[in-house]
Design a binder for this molecule. Structure first.
Ligand SMILES: Cc1cc2nc3c(=O)[nH]c(=O)nc-3n(C[C@H](O)[C@H](O)[C@H](O)COP(=O)(O)OP(=O)(O)OC[C@H]3O[C@@H](n4cnc5c(N)ncnc54)[C@H](O)[C@@H]3O)c2cc1C
Length: 395
């Protein structure tokens, strides 16, 4: 049996960044993941060479990744630095544009392929003192003992640490085995993701259309004529659109984008994800703590999923380090409660805002359509209000 100080279940972006941060502070950390070790990502740039899962990393997330030594290891010719956002209502004339210069910022964020972020974080974790990462080591069950949770894996290995971290994603087995309840709601939508080639340049902007079938986002990749799409669609619309041939899909997408957005000329491989919002009632239990998607998963319409997760990781690492400096045990409820208090408040506020957005823009009620079109145009004309919105997006 292996006995680290901290066992992290899940080597996604959250698990690996937490391992790196804690390893540097002198904790002995083991990370286990059921998947195979991810291969080195290709540097090829054809439409089928880009990862289908991308993240819009905010400056705050980039700053944290920089402090871990990860950001500078991501090749700059592979990230889409965006300086603008163009948002419009597919049901009227309401539109709003944001530009980094309006808040004296150099940029608003970077679109990064998930597999690249993962690869550099894996290198950072493996070169951190006291960190061990084990692949093809899926947790099968867990039991609470006097020394902490005992984790049994499908390959026969067993781990026991005073503190176990559930970083095992939205369908967290750790959360389930520990019997930690969640509040869930399905949007009855699925999202289609893929890479598009455009007829024009993406202008270093994120494009977001609120259509009556759900939001459609185009996220600029490093190549000026390529974007990643996240097209959220009500279940009744999703299946027929997902089943279209590439050519018919591009036509349907161009029709949905209308005259307000860029037009696509080709699409690469596509995948679909069901959209749910889920929030754990508590992030902590005896000898146990949840981070990122294991604690909360959120609608991708504002691209905040991994940014909230990285904030969880930063705060948890800070609290555990501060606790250690004060001589507290690694599983001390004092540090864990401080983490939960800080992160739950911010995560809940973001989830409530997403729910409001989703409901406001999902409505076909004519009054709601007029209100949101007037609202978008009004905000667009008010410099101070725009700056406030942008401040929220940059943090
Ligand atoms: C369509 C879509 C678009 C998105 N777009 C954005 C965006 O633009 N910006 C953004 O910030 N976020 C976005 N997100 C969300 C983002 O991808 C997630 O928030 C993020 O990947 C969560 O990271 P994580 O490390 O918590 O979990 P995951 O990435 O899910 O990693 C969990 C890890 O745990 C492992 N695991 C699971 N079960 C076990 C087990 N029993 N034993 C061992 N290991 C296990 C898995 O193999 C996996 O490696 C999007 C999500 C979707 C679905």
């Amino acid at each position: 049996m292996t006995h680290p100080d901290i066992l992290i279940v899940g080597a996604g972006v959250a698990g690996l960044s937490l391992a790196t941060a804690l390893g540097r502070e002198g904790f002995r950390v083991t990370v286990i993941d059921g998947a195979k070790r991810p291969p080195r990502p290709t540097a090829d740039r054809e439409i089928h060479d880009w990862d289908l899962r991308v993240s819009a990393l905010t400056p705050a997330s980039i700053d944290f990744l920089e402090r871990l030594g990860a950001w500078s290891a991501i090749p700059r010719d592979r990230t889409g630095c965006y300086t603008g956002m163009k948002v419009w209502d597919g049901h009227g004339s309401g539109r709003i544009g944001f530009d980094a210069s309006e808040v004296n910022a150099a940029y608003l964020g970077h679109i990064v392929e998930n597999r690249l972020t993962l690869q550099v974080l894996l290198q950072c974790a493996e070169t951190s003192p006291g960190v061990e990462v084990r692949w093809e080591c899926a947790m099968a069950d867990m039991t609470l003992t006097d020394s902490g949770w005992e984790i049994h894996c499908e390959d026969g290995s067993t781990f026991c640490a005073p503190l176990t971290v559930g970083a095992d994603g939205a369908r967290s087995r750790v959360r389930e085995w520990a019997g930690m309840p969640t509040r869930d709601w399905s949007y009855e939508q699925s999202a289609i993701v893929g890479t598009l080639k455009l007829a024009s340049r993406h202008q270093d902007a994120c494009w977001q259309a609120f259509l009556d079938t759900g939001p459609l986002a185009l996220l600029p990749l490093a190549d000026e004529d390529k974007v990643a799409i996240v097209w959220s669609l009500d279940e009744t619309q999703h299946e027929p659109i997902a089943a279209l041939s590439d050519e018919a899909f591009v036509s349907a997408l161009n029709w949905a984008l209308g005259d307000d957005g860029p037009q696509a000329t080709a699409v690469g491989p596509r995948a679909s994800f069901p959209l749910r919002q889920s929030h754990a009632v508590d992030y902590i239990d005896e000898g146990l703590v949840l981070v990122a998607d294991a604690a909360h998963s959120i609608h991708p319409l504002a691209g905040q999923g991994i940014n909230l997760g990285l904030s969880d990781v930063r705060v948890l690492a800070e609290e555990l380090t501060a606790g250690k400096a004060k001589g507290l045990a690694v599983d001390s409820p004092v540090a864990l409660k401080r983490y939960q208090r800080q992160r739950k408040t911010e995560n809940l506020a973001m989830m409530a805002a997403m729910e409001g957005f989703k409901r406001g823009f999902g409505s076909r009620n004519p009054l709601a359509v007029i209100a949101r079109n007037v609202g978008l145009s009004l905000v667009d004309q008010q410099a101070w209000l725009k700056r406030w919105f942008m401040g929220q997006a940059l943090s």
